[in-house]
Design a protein around this ligand. Sequence first.
Ligand code: 5GP
Length: 176
Amino acid sequence: MLTIKDKTFVPFITQATLENRITQLAEQINQDYKDREPLLVVVLNGAFIFAAELMKQLTIACRVTFIRVSSYHQTASTGVIREILGLHEPLEGQDLILIEDIVDTGLTLQRVCRQLGDRQPASIAVATLLFKPDALQADLSPDYVGFSIENRFVVGYGLDYDGFGRNTKEVFVLQE
Ligand code: 5GP
């Protein structure tokens, strides 16, 4: 059990299950990108542990960079625009693999994909540790999914509750 502030979380996905599944995802990516040199684009903060575990098991030539989607947003005619911070590399002609902790509504990812897409990469794929298909509102689906889960709030293994709880070896779920 894990208590963070006023909330109690219970074990949900064990360390061994996480590690086995990430190994499978890495094998799949090694196959799919065997003749390419993808740039992994890690969405901070939550994806850092997943990204590290995944990248350790990639045997292809690859690079990594880190971005943050600012919580500051402006309203424009197109709706909310969230700025991508930290992406300084040229992306033209690059194969990108976006690394996410969790895809919930998918709206964040959709915006990130659109903004990256404007910079003419060769391709964009999405790898996410967790996916909540029932919450999805965006017109996209991740290419590499660790676990599809029900629509419940999870923490651990990089994911936080109010900034805390990222530092665990397993994923916990909010006790109902
Ligand atoms: P989306 O735009 O897909 O709705 O939101 C994605 C972001 O919301 C994730 O990167 C994560 O920061 C946060 N998020 C969504 N669901 C959860 C959850 O169950 N637990 C935690 N800790 N964060 C979540």
